[in-house]
Write a protein that binds this ligand. Structure first.
Ligand SMILES: [Zn+2]
Length: 155
């Protein structure tokens, strides 16, 4: 099976994306950042991931590679720690609560959420499972004199 755009097997179908393809969409696999985005934004998202968020990208890949447990993988854990600290993202280190709960998975989700947030500005992402769908705010269409934010001066 060959990918039309030359993505390595298992990787996101968006050209050049450093993340794994983990979400299926229209018979292709995309990462959680590219899925459901208009393809015109693919390159902008990839650039953001590669140029500005690579310390987080690499950390999520490391965590997935060890299979969600750092047992016997101390050096991997330290590598991630050092990477996040040198990128000035101590806020993304594994929290005490996550450690106590054995929550490598929770930590991974938090890192991946940070990537989703970092790329959220590129195109509208359609609601996917586990995200809160946000409906467009629709104002009144009929009451021409309805000014919800007026302070009464116009009344
Ligand atoms: Zn991707």
């Amino acid at each position: 099976m060959s990918e039309p755009n030359g993505s390595a097997w298992g990787m996101c179908s968006a050209f050049g994306c450093p993340l794994l393809g983990t979400v299926g969409s229209e018979s292709r696999w995309y990462c959680f950042c590219h899925v459901n985005k208009p393809s015109t934004f693919n390159d902008a998202i990839t650039r953001e991931l590669r140029e500005k968020q690579l310390h987080i990208v690499d950390s999520t890949l490391d965590i997935r590679r060890v299979g969600g447990s750092f047992y016997g993988e101390d050096s991997t854990y330290r590598t991630i720690q050092q990477r996040l600290i040198s990128a000035d993202r101590r806020d993304l280190l594994m929290s005490q609560a996550e450690k106590q709960a054995g929550g490598v998975r929770a930590w991974l989700l938090r890192l991946e959420r940070a990537l989703i947030d970092a790329t959220a500005g590129f195109g509208e992402q359609k609601p996917i499972a586990l995200t809160t769908p946000t409906a467009p705010v629709i104002g009144p269409t009929h009451a021409a004199n309805f000014h919800p934010y007026a302070d009464g001066a116009e009344a």
